[in-house]
Design a protein around this ligand. Structure first.
Ligand code: ADP
Length: 213
């Protein structure tokens, strides 16, 4: 994305407010000559910020603005949006995992092994399925019911929210553990956060509110 100069920003503001407007009228508003403005108008028209029609003047290109905002949004990094992961030891009982889910008010728990590395994902449905199965929930460890490595879909800090959204939709899951790869060869990942569908919705809402206020 091209960084605009202060004057180019000013021109965009004027055209947004008063377009269609002629080059001469813009120049008058900025107390500049039409000739001095020509290079800036050419840049803004070529870049797509403005549309120009002969004898009518310059228009603000709203589609271009929307596209730019969408681009900013989808390029946001996971690192800037991740939340704290709620973690249990994989030997924790299913009963305690259910209690933890309510206490922390989350939809998914992550299980770690003795060394603190990511070992599993425990979702609401995993717990419900187990709870209706007539098993002793106090005795049953999470490791038996969780989705295990290497089947866990993960995301890293450097990836984008768009990539996170794609992974969740493609794999029909509600959340992704954010990890640092210690040894990808043998699936050793350090858990550093979580991204959920709510994270994406919140980021979307924030951006929309910023642009509407
Ligand atoms: P819910 O059970 O509330 O519908 P999900 O749709 O996230 O939650 O989970 C559906 C299934 O996918 C569960 O069996 C869960 O263990 C598994 N799962 C959830 N997140 C992941 C993930 N990041 N990687 C692999 N499997 C996952």
């Amino acid at each position: 994305m091209i960084k605009l100069s202060k004057r180019q920003d000013e021109i965009l503001r004027i055209v947004k407010e008063s377009g269609p407007i002629t080059g001469q009228q813009i120049a008058e508003k900025l107390s500049l000559s039409r000739a001095a403005l020509r290079p800036d108008l050419a840049i803004l028209t070529m870049a797509g910020n403005l549309d120009a029609r002969p004898r009518v003047g310059y228009f603000f290109n709203h589609n271009y603005e929307v596209k730019q905002q969408a681009e900013i949004f989808i390029n946001q990094k996971v690192a800037d949006y991740k939340a704290h992961p709620i973690v249990v030891d994989k030997s924790t009982s299913v009963y305690n995992a259910i209690v933890q889910l309510f206490l922390e008010d989350v939809g998914t728990l992550y299980a770690v092994d003795g060394t603190g590395y990511l070992a599993g994902v425990i979702s609401r449905k995993d717990l419900l399925r187990t709870a209706i199965g007539n098993q002793d929930l106090q005795e049953l460890p999470c490791s038996v019911i969780m989705t295990r490595m290497p089947n866990i879909i993960t995301i890293t800090l450097e990836e984008t929210l768009l990539e996170a959204a794609k992974k969740m939709i493609t794999n029909h899951i509600d959340s992704l553990p954010v990890v640092k790869e210690i040894n990808p060869g043998n699936h050793t990942y350090l858990l550093v956060g979580r991204i959920t569908k709510t994270t994406i919705t919140k980021a979307y809402l924030e951006m929309m509110e910023q642009n509407l206020l």
